[in-house]
Write a protein that binds this ligand. Structure first.
Ligand code: 3HC
Ligand code: NAI
Length: 703
């Protein structure tokens, strides 16, 4: 019997199967909620049904509330009410889970009386990743079964766990090996035979056995969050709700009201708007114009040229994806270093117990190395990661052109160089693309896919296909100095240096940026990355720097002392291992530079630092968009979120700009232009958007 378009009820041997079928992930939209509520009523009314099994078609049990409904007017029945209807069912209800039973989906399961799961299924409460808390009884029902520890681990990390772990926690009763529907039916029949009836989770108390430990944990986690999640709303609300769950003076229904109120407060916050934007944005970036017109080429064997920081990291990313990789280096000694760089990563995994020695050997067996380009004849795609020098790269590309088969793809990991120029030097520019990984390449999720003028569409879609196989988040970028990310970085770093020379200390700037939500400020990042890299770039670019451009020399003075950051024990900070302290000598250098430049230092408030830093970031983001280097504002957001540690709960710089107001940002830029009209030129796109009353969100939607 069809209950709604997406929920049906089938009866088999006394068991009523309430089946959800709402592809792709069975999200709990209005029709699913209505179907579950009405389906339970129908099952209760049907004398032929003795027990109910809630199960889903397709790839997964419901993966959560329908996120696209958030922010729209509520459409009853609300999910917490549906959960209560399930729990109140007079006949035993079994949830049969497969795929990823997440968020509201797992809350449906927790509201059922019993839970059976396919052995490959995962369960989780990932709402925190959307700036939310479980809002359909997760904060109330889960701790009743597991106590505070496992419930808080799941809700505060947002990470799904395998069902075997769920069984250990007590939230999964049975694990099914074969066909889930058959196993669920057998389980339901067993319950009936044994006379095990309804088991409402809201009446369970085993999680409250040791209230001392429960309350201590809340106190401990609150202290941790005050350090780790300062300024964030959802984590603290989760704690409050889990604490309330165990308060004997608060009835379940009251605590549910409090959970609902907390959920609605989070949903209304900019934080959840930012994170929900990030969730959809990271799925949108793979939607590119080329996808319509082309199919990816086959990729079976990959190669990297260079086994340094990036080449080795890329090789690990490829190996981790289960593919073979060939590494080419310039001589035997460098090749051995490259191999050792790769092996080091796996040796660390073994040391940390993440893999066995045998697994490491099996992975390393897919690595081969050579100094002879001849071995590349059967390779489908090569990623060049040699020194950042055009002439070196051109020489490498000439050898690749000679060695590789027709139809193979030649990619470069260059950070800044002009890929059109590089492609033009070989016989097949249509096969050349940029694959800009971030360091460490096996860890960082972002992959900028840089599309030169002559490349064909199928090469572009192959690059996106590769990104997926490597577990990366791809962003399509055009060719320019620094592409999307490094170009915008260079601009806001300059804004930062100007503030430093004008009177703010690097320590104040770092602290203000950390307070905004970054894990580190720009000068800490510089010390971590090594000041020598930027210094070399600045020297290389000195000849072509426009004379009207303000140039701050403080970083050069610091580098001239050999202070390259953490690796030399000194940079903007002094280091004792990884512990850093502010350095009065650096402040002296800055003071001397201000004097040399004729600047009388002034005070900056933290707010002004934030305003200028992000105005520069957003303005350059607009230029990048206007020039077609990025497809949409959301591509910039994803780049900054995944490559540059922009705080996810602020959604990315362009989303943040929409929230601040584009007119406010433009006014700030115009006021700064009075002191430096060359740097603070308002982007024409920003001016147009403000004049037309449009937002970046409009551009994301194609309006
Ligand atoms: N609501 C609406 N759409 C959703 C969705 C959801 N909960 N989850 C996924 N989708 C959409 C995606 O946007 C994507 O759409 P597209 O094809 O148009 O781009 C499509 O479903 C497929 O998703 P993925 O590409 O992410 O598929 P994967 O197989 O890689 O991943 C997944 C599947 C693990 C379920 C992943 O999509 C995911 O993590 N989803 C979100 C889960 C989540 O956060 N659930 C909690 C929601 S909040 C909640 O439940 C509140 C409650 O407590 C009241
Ligand atoms: P690196 O100096 O660590 O490694 C370069 C490697 O290339 C060395 O091992 C060297 O022996 C090898 N090499 C040089 N010439 C060669 C040739 N002709 N044939 C074969 N091998 C050769 O440099 P790193 O940091 O790995 O950078 C490589 C590229 O990646 C550069 O283009 C850089 O701009 C880019 N990049 C670097 C990032 C970083 O954070 N280090 C981030 C993203 C891109």
């Amino acid at each position: 019997m069809q209950i709604t378009d997406v929920v049906s009820l089938e009866v088999e041997d006394g068991i009523g199967f309430l089946i959800v079928n709402n592809p792709p992930v069975n999200a709990l939209g209005q029709k699913v909620r209505q179907g579950l509520a009405d389906g339970i009523a129908a099952a209760q009314a049907d004398a032929a049904i003795r027990a109910v099994v809630i199960i889903a078609e397709g790839r997964t049990f419901p993966a959560g509330a329908d996120i696209t409904e958030f922010g729209k007017p509520p459409q009853p029945p609300a999910l917490p009410d549906v959960c209560q209807i399930i729990e109140d069912c007079a006949k035993p209800v079994v949830a049969a889970l497969h795929g990823t039973a997440l968020g509201g989906g797992f809350e449906i399961a927790l509201s059922s009386h019993y839970r059976i799961a396919d052995k490959g299924a995962k369960i989780g409460l990932p709402e925190i990743n959307l700036g939310l808390l479980p809002g359909a009884s997760g904060t109330q029902r889960m701790p009743r079964i597991t106590g505070a520890g496992p419930a808080l681990d799941m809700m505060l990390s947002g990470k799904p766990v395998p069902v075997a772990r769920g069984r250990d926690m007590g939230v999964i009763d049975e694990i099914a090996e074969g066909d889930l529907r058959k196993a669920a039916k057998a389980y339901a029949l067993k319950l009936l035979k044994m006379g095990w009836g309804r088991r409402p989770t809201s009446e369970r108390r085993e999680g409250f056995k040791d209230m001392g430990a429960y309350n201590n944990l809340i106190v401990e986690r609150r202290a941790e969050l005050q350090k780790k999640a300062k300024g964030q709303l959802a984590p603290f609300k989760i704690l409050d709700c889990v604490a309330l769950a165990a308060d004997p003076s608060v009835p379940f229904a009251e605590a549910m009201k409090a959970e609902r109120a907390a959920f609605m407060e989070c949903l209304a916050s900019d934080q959840s708007k930012g994170m929900i934007h990030a969730f959809f944005a990271e799925r949108q970036t793979a939607k590119i114009p080329e996808a319509k017109a082309a199919t990816p080429r086959d990729l079976n064997k990959l190669a990297v040229i260079g086994g340094g920081t990036m080449g080795a990291g890329i090789a690990v990313a490829v190996l981790d994806a289960g593919l073979p990789v060939v590494m080419i280096e310039r001589d035997a000694e460098s090749l051995e270093r490259g191999r050792a760089n790769v092996e080091k990563v796996y040796a660390r995994n073994v040391a940390k117990g993440r893999m066995s020695e045998a697994q490491k050997d099996a992975v390393m067996a897919r690595w081969t190395g050579s100094v002879d380009y001849g071995v590349l004849a059967d390779v489908d795609l090569v990623i060049e990661a040699v020194f950042e020098e055009m002439e070196v790269k051109k020489a490498v590309f000439a050898q690749l052109d000679a060695a590789m088969r027709p139809g193979a793809i030649l990619a470069t990991n260059t950070s800044y160089l002009n890929i059109d120029e590089l492609a033009a030097t070989i016989s097949r520019p249509e096969d050349v693309i940029g694959l800009h990984f971030f360091s460490p390449a096996n860890i960082m999720k972002l992959l900028e896919i840089v599309v030169p003028a002559k490349v064909t569409a199928d090469v572009v879609v192959t690059a996106f296909d590769l990104a997926k196989r490597l577990g990366k988040i791809p962003v399509r970028a055009g060719v320019c100095d620094g592409f999307i990310g490094n170009r915008i970085l260079a601009t806001y770093r300059r804004a930062s240096d100007y503030m430093m020379e004008d009177g703010a200390s690097p320590y104040q700037i770092d602290a203000a940026i950390r307070d905004f939500g970054y894990p580190m400020g720009p000068y800490q990042v510089s010390d971590l990355a090594g000041g020598d890299i930027g210094w070399a770039t600045r020297k290389r670019k000195a000849a072509t720097r426009p004379p009207e451009e303000r140039y701050v020399q403080i970083a050069d003075r610091i580098c001239e002392n050999g202070w390259f950051g953490q690796k030399t024990g000194r940079g903007y900070y002094r280091y004792d291992g990884r512990v850093s302290v502010e350095d009065p000598e650096v402040l002296e250098i800055i003071a001397a530079e201000r004097k040399r430049a004729g600047i009388t230092p002034r005070d900056f408030t933290d707010d002004e630092i934030i305003e200028r830093y992000f105005a520069a970031m957003i303005n350059e983001g607009c230029n990048v968009l206007d020039e077609g280097i990025a497809l949409r504002p959301l591509d910039i957001d994803v780049t900054l979120l995944y490559g540059y540690a922009f705080p996810r709960w602020r959604g990315g710089p362009m989303k943040y700009a929409d929230m601040v107001g584009l007119d406010v940002i433009l006014k700030r830029i115009e006021s700064y232009a009075a002191e430096d009209a060359h740097f603070w030129q308002p982007s024409p796109l920003l001016q147009r958007l403000v004049a037309e009353g449009r937002t970046f969100d409009d551009l994301n939607k194609g309006n």
